[in-house]
Design a binder for this molecule. Sequence first.
Ligand code: 3PG
Length: 306
Amino acid sequence: MKVLVATQKPFAKEAVDDITAILTGAGHEVALLERYESEADLCFAVADADAIIVRSDKVTPAVLEAAPKLKIVVRAGAGFDNVDLESATAHEVVVENTPGQNSNAVAELALAMMIYMSRNQFTPAAGIELQGKTLGIQAFGNVGRLVGAKAKALGMKIQAIDPYLTDEKIIEGGATPVHSLADLYSTSDFLSIHIPATPETIGSIGYDLISRMPKGALLINTARKEVIDEAGLEKALEERPDLKYVTDVMPSNYEALCEKFGVRVFATPKKMGAQTKEANVNAGIAAARQIVAYFAEGCTRFQVNR
Ligand code: 3PG
């Protein structure tokens, strides 16, 4: 089978080597499309592909339409909001993700962002320490739990909310359960977002929640740009000169935010939470193995479009 690895933001070389070794070792052919510029480039490359591995690359109805032989798409990562699931299902294409494989990298970035912002983007003004502060975690999945464990080691108090977990599970993961977002936001000095982008969560974090945060609070978003109501965020930052926002997913109004709020706001130029050699290797190997297992045994354990 022909497997296309299509990554606008390429994997580390080690990950590409591992993916290639696993797939060719199982008798598949590998094609690489990196740093491509348009949907048309991807459509051209998928024409004879039986499988594709992507990162945040957009797998649109046009891409699926252009791939008549395609049987499986593996998103090497956790979030699969970049793949049009409805269209994939209509084309009888299996879509999988590789949950947990890049979580540590994202968790480390969230912690780094907390320290960076607490020290005013490494400018000389006096900052604050993390020790003794309360960290709220919105969604206590693979990344949220790791952020909590690492922050606990820095002496933070950890609280979390997750509609899919019982209190027992949250306590087992080392956090105090909180039962409403209003409570979580109003009692967290630091609040780290780990929800996926879904129709329910898109635009769900706005003025009402952000303006409840305690004095001097920091909101950290290593999840998705779309979950923030950007106008609401701007209004809250305007009214509350003590609040700060840091994000791995650049807001549309970033220029305006920087102009208005200076070192109170920071966004990475390109999403880099999962951009470590280790995360690339873990997610890449998992994706390659899942494709091998799919063609060898029909295994669909990580399918997300059932
Ligand atoms: C994910 O959902 O796994 C992360 O957002 C990583 O995305 P990336 O592979 O595009 O860096």
